[in-house]
Design a protein around this ligand. Structure first.
Ligand code: HSE
Length: 329
């Protein structure tokens, strides 16, 4: 092991994300104030510690995603660092459409890069993350924070980051069941009618312009979608009613979060209807026999945030103790 990095410990805090925002399928993402923390250091023997809900099933050997992603960075940088000590604390529920895998990929890329002195640029890390995830929407938001508009042609992802409006707030309703992205993508048709494609170009463009111009009153109409949500509706009972009626309960707009099953409503932070909206989402899913946890989240302006400690003494507090007070669940 190179002595240069022996006593370095890197901690990365990465936000969750919501993808698509309705019409921007595989294109739009927004970072949310729910986080995963990843701690990484070089070691004599690879080991993993996971903290937080539903991470029991994650592999604790070199097949682990965090480990494999870190090795990609080292390979590209021409560095050999085969043994790593990795800890993760995550409050982002797995397989619910809140970008848990994107946060893990971005966190591991950023941590591994910082561990070896940052040879890869943020843009390069974003390209690798996009290729690993298969689309740029969640990884872009987790990496850069705010709202990220990106287009990927399989070779390169170009992006623009927008600052979220200060009054924008979101309510997520996280159903108790999991839905794999693969299954939710499988529900999509190979081809769509031209009229639907044109509809989505219009809505997605309008949404980006409204978000950039701070015209929150346009969000509801701009968040409509014909490319993926209608095809996924059968997988998430209650979704169609929520998308159709959320505005009646004070939402600015509503969408399926990523591939679901989480539903996300956008609201004005100063709205007097927040409790009513929350009850509407819970009751609508409840009527379908679906239990859901609701959480109010702010757009996260910051993307992956690094803390680098050199010459760290042994006996420091564990990751959960270090982040106590910052975590919300
Ligand atoms: N854009 C992706 C989808 C997000 O809707 O399938 C999944 O994480």
């Amino acid at each position: 092991m190179s002595s240069e990095w022996k006593n370095r410990k890197v901690t990365v805090k990465v936000p969750a994300s919501t993808a698509n925002l309705g019409p921007g399928f595989d294109t739009l993402g927004m970072a949310l104030s729910l986080y995963a923390w990843i701690e990484m250091s070089a070691s004599d023997e690879t080991s993993f510690r996971f903290y937080g809900g539903n991470m029991e099933g994650l592999p604790k050997d070199k097949t682990n995603l965090l480990y494999k992603v870190a090795q990609k960075v080292f390979d590209e940088a021409g560095v050999s660092l085969p043994e790593l000590d990795i800890a993760m604390y995550s409050e982002i529920p797995l397989t619910r459409g809140l970008g848990s895998s994107a946060a893990a990929i971005v966190g591991s890329l950023a941590a591994a890069n910082a561990l070896i002195g940052g040879p890869l640029t943020d843009d390069r890390l974003f390209q690798i993350a996009t290729e690993l995830e298969g689309h740029p929407d969640n990884v872009g938001a987790s990496m850069f924070g705010g709202i990220v508009v990106s287009a990927w042609d399989g070779q390169r992802a170009d992006y623009v980051r927008l600052e979220p409006h200060s009054r924008l707030e979101t309510l997520v309703a996280i159903p108790s069941f999991q839905l794999a992205t693969k299954q939710a993508r499988h529900a999509l048709p190979k081809e769509v009618p031209m009229a639907d494609a044109v509809f989505n170009v219009g809505r997605s463009s309008l949404l980006v312009a409204a978000l950039a111009a701070g015209q929150l009153e346009l969000i509801g109409s701009a968040m409509r979608d014909r490319l993926h949500q209608p095809y996924r509706a059968a997988l998430i009972p209650g979704m169609s009613a929520i998308l159709e009626r959320a505005a009646e309960f004070g939402a600015l707009g509503a969408a399926l979060s990523g591939a679901g099953p989480t539903l996300i409503a956008f609201a004005d932070a100063d709205s007097a209807d927040k409790t009513r909206l929350e009850r509407f989402l819970t009751d609508t899913l409840g009527a379908e026999g679906i239990e859901a946890e609701t959480i109010w989240l702010k757009p996260a302006a910051a993307g992956a945030e690094l803390t680098i400690e050199d010459n760290r003494e042994d006996g420091q507090p564990s990751l959960p103790d270090r982040i106590k007070g910052e975590a919300c669940r």
